[in-house]
Design a protein around this ligand. Sequence first.
Ligand SMILES: Cc1cc2nc3c(=O)[nH]c(=O)nc-3n(C[C@H](O)[C@H](O)[C@H](O)COP(=O)(O)OP(=O)(O)OC[C@H]3O[C@@H](n4cnc5c(N)ncnc54)[C@H](O)[C@@H]3O)c2cc1C
Length: 406
Amino acid sequence: MTILNFETNPSRQHYDVVIIGGATSGASTAWHLTQDSDFKGSVLVIERDPSLKYSATQASNNCMRQQFATKINVEIAQYAADFVNKFGKIFGPDPCVPNPPIRQFGYLYLSDSPAFTEILQKDQKLQESCGAGTEIVSTADIKKQYPWFNVDDLDSGSLNTKNEGCFNALGMVEWMRQDSCENGVEYIHNEVVDMVVEHDYVRAITLRSGERIATDNVVNAAGTRAAQVASLAGIQVPVEARRRYTYIFEVDDPLPKDLPLTIDPSGVHFRSYGASDYLVGCPPLGPDTAVDVDDFSFAEDAWNKKILPIISHRIPQFKSARVTKSWMGHYEFNVFDHNAIVGPNEKIRNFYFIAGFSGHGSQQAPACGRGLSELIVHGKFKTLDLGVLSYLRIPEGRPLMERAVI
Ligand SMILES: Cc1cc2nc3c(=O)[nH]c(=O)nc-3n(C[C@H](O)[C@H](O)[C@H](O)COP(=O)(O)OP(=O)(O)OC[C@H]3O[C@@H](n4cnc5c(N)ncnc54)[C@H](O)[C@@H]3O)c2cc1C
């Protein structure tokens, strides 16, 4: 593999495709373009911060699941599992590709009411019809498989340990980036600050360094900044930054086997992290509202006020939990329907979106990047039809609501 050299200035004045944002979504779109034998064009990826320090990508909990409430999200997750399971084959032998590539501890949704159990049952039927291994489990089943749980206040659970767990999502971005560069894609360290729109087409973008670059297609893969980037072309997209906390903790007496990613009825979710420590995440304690894209402050003491009481109630062994690391990251939250937006804007036809993943973009990037590259090259989806995720559903007022957002 070559060492990536992030130049500031592009080598040409025109590119067939300009991608704004070089994290998960941008990297996947660029990489999938290089894999299409019908695509012979030039690609420029512009990333304002190649360290990705403040991207959603860097904050991700790196998990994948098939327990979604919409069919397309189950199908997207199944492609993700196939893709990740083939990492070694796709990106060549690399000491960083873990074996197995997915740590399959599974996801366990806990229900505390018959009403929520009914929702889990409905979702399980959908997931099963798509071939997912989800099962509804009784509290006795939960206790049998995971004896550490306090199930006294629970009604049931929904569990799948097949192709659900965590994977090296940041490694995937890096491997895609390296491979794309070897195939002619140019990545630069710069920022898009303006766009030239004429007759309903983006004709050029302007870089912070002053250059104007002509292009035939522009991709908005700007994550939490997707709305800012859209506004450069005079359009709006309902994506905003939402605060999410993550803590890594250790305990005196670790569990004897992996802890599935467990979604407590409170919304707090926790899982095994390393061999004997754990990860826990949660939304804000108060209203879940938009925050400034540059605000990474811990606004509240979520650990003591919410997380510690909840995890020690659910797993009494966790009373001794001590934080070893923590971070606050932003979901790129689609307030319209909590689902990804993949495809062209309805007014500016060469301005494509891959944005608004609302907390599941690490696992959705392979299928959505592939789909978007197909749209750019062929004008239609050739593999998985992502039409229901089109931008058009927003102006037409047709939300595809995903209720299984963690
Ligand atoms: C706490 C947390 C936990 C998560 N856990 C999971 C999980 O377990 N599983 C899962 O699937 N997903 C998870 N996600 C969601 C996932 O991380 C995101 O959906 C995904 O990383 C989005 O990637 P992206 O490339 O679209 O956006 P981002 O990662 O935000 O990247 C956008 C990039 O665009 C660049 N950019 C923005 N504007 C410009 C500009 N004008 N010019 C140039 N560059 C620009 C930014 O610098 C940034 O690097 C989680 C997210 C968070 C915050």
